[in-house]
Every structure is written in C-alpha cells, then in structure tokens.
Write a protein that binds this ligand. Structure first.
Ligand code: PMV
Length: 336
C-alpha cells in the first residue's frame, strides 16, 4: 500500500573516521572491514555550498523510471537500478520520477554518493506503507554506495561488516547521537572540486588485489575501531585525534601501495597534514585531527574552543571561502 505519491527528503554527507576500503562482495557492496563515521551538518549561509543532497520522488502511475540530477536528465546507472530493484523486491512500488539536487561538488572525495543514496532511500521510504525496516533501509542505501548506509543515521555511526553472505547483518547504526559530543566541529577544506582520478569502487578493488600492506590494515582495524569507540565514549580528544589521523594515513598508505599506485592527496593536503601536526606539537596535547577520503579535500576535526586557532591555520593554506564549518548532524529528514 502507498501513503502518498510524492515525497522529498534531504540527507547529509558523512566522513569516515575508520575507513571502508575493500569489498568482500562487489555486487552487494559488502565490506572487508567495519567502519565508523560522523554524519555532518554544515552551516547554511547564502551562496555557500552545503554538504547534502535533496531528492524528490514522484509516483508517475505508468511508464518507466526517470532520473534527473541537478535538473539534467541522466541515465539510471547500475547502482540506482540495484537500489530500486531491491526495494521492489520487498515492497510494491510503481514507476518513479526521481529528481536530485546536490549541494556540493560531485565525485570530489566529498562523499556525494553517500548523501545521494541516503536521500533517495529516505524519500522512497516516505511513499511506502508499511515503511522499510531499519535493516531494509540500510541494505537499500548500501546497494547504491557502501558508505551511504552510514548517512542514514545521526552522530557517530558504525557500519558493521557482518558475515552473512547475503549481507543481511551488514548494517549501520548510531553508536552515539549528535548530542553526545556537541562541542566537536569539522572544518571541511575543499581543495579541489574535480572528479577523483580513480573512483572508489575501482580503487578499493585494486588495493584488495595488489597491496601487500592491505592484509595488515585489515588486522589493525578491529582494535582501532574498539579504541576509537572508547575515546568517543569518553570524549577523549587526544586519543580520538591520534586514532583518526592514523586511520586516514593508513588508508592512503595502502592506496599508494596498490599497483599501479593510487594517490588521492595533493601537496596542499600534505601541507594541511604538516600544519595539524605542528599545531598539535605544543604542550597542551592534540587540538586538531585530519582525515581525508578518496580525494584531496581535508576534514579537520577539533573541539569548539579551539576552532579559531585551527581555522586561522587552515586559512593560511586555503582561501576562507573554501572552508565549511560543520557540526555533528542528525541525519536525513523528510521535507514534505
Ligand atoms: O561508498 P563508496 O563506494 O563511495 O566508498 C567510500 C570510500 C571512502 O569514502 C574512501 C571511505 C568511507 O568509508 O567512506
């Protein structure tokens, strides 16, 4: 049964603090390790890009599904078809007109696909009666983009790798809500809005197939994830910062160890890494932490009381207009 014929939803990006890199099933997007992210909520200001996607789905009654991205008609790619096929395997859903607007540069290592699939699943879910279960929503978003299942939730989110071959236990949940660490901030430094040279799906499989360091990363992740969960629980910024930076560095190390090598960071990214370590070198312990996804753009975390100092350093490296300030976000919302 259907509740209504049109629904709009917005979903935010998330940034992984423990990265997902490698699939044990490429069709189902099942990961080789569990990951942990924060859902972001970017400050809205006129003319400033906000890191989210807004999607409207309309039941058109007859004909075929159609997809529009930023008002341009696009092909329904394999990933979108997979999501729709899954939802139609568990609920009745007629043909749809899907209209998405991305409020940030696409494919630039800013997790645009995570926001896109989380918004799509949330909007479609608003049409369904009964709605999808939490597990079904997680599966649907994951089929579009693995990391999208984390954008469905607020605050600190863990995506459990699971062991089921069908992936039914590979789902995401909130570990700690957005209010748990309300002083935490993330400065997103957009150094490039160009599409990444190696898409993540291709990059991660190259790493799985060719990197000799990669098995060591897989062994290290469970312990790091447990330690990070403890540090977040205790709001221990020093421990948190070291674990987050080590995981980002290890992810980029296995990329470089892939053959041919994959290198997402630029000189500017490395400048930010050096500046954060220089800042943390002082007597008062770590005050900032960086993490980078599959792109050169930096995500620099700090607590609110240190925001001014951290922002000043980033502004000496990148133009102020390229720095977005975020806090922990509440996750997707249905608009109408
Ligand atoms: O979900 P995908 O296929 O876009 O892959 C995401 C990979 C990283 O962003 C690099 C890490 C992560 O966990 O989000």
């Amino acid at each position: 049964m259907l509740k209504r014929t049109v629904a709009t939803a917005e979903a935010p990006v998330n940034i992984a603090l423990i990265k997902y890199w490698g699939k044990r099933d490429q069709y189902l997007n099942l990961p080789t390790n569990s990951s942990l992210s924060i859902t972001l909520d970017s400050e809205e200001a006129p003319g400033v890009a906000v890191l989210k996607t807004r999607t409207t789905v309309t039941l058109v009654g007859s004909g075929e599904d159609a997809f529009f991205l930023n008002e341009r008609k696009c092909d329904l790619g394999g990933r979108l078809l997979r999501v729709l096929a899954y939802i139609r395997s568990v609920r009745t859903l007629g043909p749809l007109r899907i209209e998405s607007v991305n409020y940030f540069p696409t494919s630039a290592g800013l997790a645009s696909s995570a926001a896109a699939y989380a918004a799509l699943v949330t909007a479609i879910n608003a049409l369904l009666e009964p709605p999808l279960s939490a597990q079904e929503k997680s599966v649907a978003a994951r089929l579009g983009s693995g990391s999208a299942c984390r954008s469905l939730h607020e605050g600190f989110v863990q995506w459990e790798m699971g062991s089921d071959v069908g992936g039914f236990d590979s789902v995401s949940t909130t570990l700690f809500g957005a209010e748990h660490w309300s002083e935490l901030r993330c400065l997103v430094v957009i150094l490039s809005d160009r599409p990444k040279e190696v898409p993540s799906a291709e990059g991660m499989q190259r790493t799985v197939m060719t990197s000799t360091l990669y098995p060591m990363r897989l062994k290290a992740v469970p312990c790091r994830l447990a330690e990070l969960t403890r540090a977040i629980g205790a709001r221990d910024f020093g421990a948190f910062a070291e674990l987050v930076m080590r995981d980002s560095n290890q992810f980029h190390a296995v990329c470089l160890d892939s053959f041919p090598p994959i290198s997402y960071l630029t000189d500017r990214s490395h400048e930010i890494i050096r500046a954060v370590h220089a800042l943390n070198g002082g007597a008062c312990g770590a005050i900032a932490a960086y993490t980078f996804d599959a792109g050169p753009n930096a995500f620099v975390l700090c607590e609110r009381q240190n925001l001014g100092r951290v922002e000043a350093i980033l502004k000496s490296i990148a133009p102020a207009s390229s720095i977005l300030q975020c806090r922990l976000g509440k996750g997707p919302r249905v608009m109408q």
